[in-house]
Design a protein around this ligand. Structure first.
Ligand code: ASP
Length: 302
């Protein structure tokens, strides 16, 4: 274990094998964006924001461009960032037409007296501070239009579309040289969700949590169940109780599975730079640095 440390994820689920190479490239690029900053002495907050922005800009992931469409064919985004030094947080929910919701979340945390902005108010604030706005069309990719049509057909046939879910939300956790930890998570949510639906991702303690006293976590998976067990806070509580980062990640997923039958994955970093990840989905895309300094990017199977 050493400082700094960084882990990123590109979601968990049944990731189609033909998409694995793009997930790997995307996670590597995100890791490099965050790691370069950490090596230069930047803060954990800067690193997690940069890593998540990189994945928001990459259309393979369900965050920023490439996000899933809701039941009326629109994109509504959720994101959170949390500073483990102060326990400060910024989050946005159900916001439309923003390219980088994680950056909007950070600006809310740092420049306002609030923590969470939603919907049109969040977008208005983004416009006010000059963040990049974009149209729905700019965020929409053909893959998601096809998936939307499949969900529509399933809905017409009154079949449950949930079984096809891929949870390709993105997230990052880091600890910097000064020992400050941070976490960030960003998502378009789950496909064919109702307009206005908010998942676990922007909810503090569910989609992410960071506390210098323990560590940081970022979660992905079926949000309605993740929020019931406040998954990321559960993982950092396990760190505080003395578990390693790997054991804390595994225990958190065990709680998700056994207590509410949830599916998902989590990445964890402890305040000393120990890292862990666990999932109970068929795959999870994770990037981290191995003990010998190599970047390891894998579509993990449990
Ligand atoms: N957790 C996200 C949500 O329920 C989905 C995901 O992880 O991809 O909104």
């Amino acid at each position: 274990m050493s400082l700094p440390a960084l882990v990123v994820h590109g979601g968990a689920g049944d990731i189609p094998s033909q998409e694995h190479p793009e997930y790997i490239v995307g996670c590597r690029a995100a890791f490099e964006a965050g790691w370069t900053l950490l090596e230069q002495g930047a803060s954990a907050l800067d690193a997690v924001e940069a890593a998540v922005r990189s994945m928001e800009d990459n259309p393979i992931f369900d965050a920023g461009v490439g996000s899933v469409l809701n039941s009326v064919g629109e994109i509504e985004l959720d994101a959170i960032i949390m500073d483990g030094a102060t326990l400060g947080l910024g989050a946005v929910a159900a916001v439309r037409g923003i390219a980088n919701p994680v950056t909007l979340a950070r600006r809310i945390m740092e420049n306002t007296s609030h923590s969470v902005l939603v919907g049109s108010g969040a977008r208005r604030y983004a416009e006010q501070i000059g963040l990049r706005l974009c149209s729905q069309a700019e965020l929409t990719v053909p893959r998601e239009v096809t998936r939307y049509r499949e969900h529509q057909q399933a809905a017409e046939a009154q079949k449950d579309g949930r079984a096809q879910a891929i949870f390709d939300t993105v997230g990052a956790v880091a600890v910097d040289r000064a020992g400050n930890v941070a976490a960030a998570t960003s998502t378009g949510g789950i496909a064919f969700k109702l307009p206005g639906r908010v998942g676990d991702s922007p909810l503090v303690g569910s989609g992410a949590y960071a506390d210098n006293w323990s560590g940081a976590a970022s979660a992905t998976g079926y949000g309605e169940l993740i929020m019931r067990v406040v998954l990321s806070k559960a993982a950092t509580d396990f760190l505080a109780a003395g578990l390693t980062a790997q054991a804390a990640a595994e225990r958190a997923i065990q709680v998700l599975h056994e207590r509410v039958g949830g599916e998902g994955g989590i990445i964890v970093v402890d305040r000393n730079g120990g890292v862990g990840f666990a999932h109970n989905t068929p795959h999870m895309a994770v990037a981290r640095r191995t003990a010998d300094g190599q970047i390891e990017v894998r579509i993990r199977i449990p």
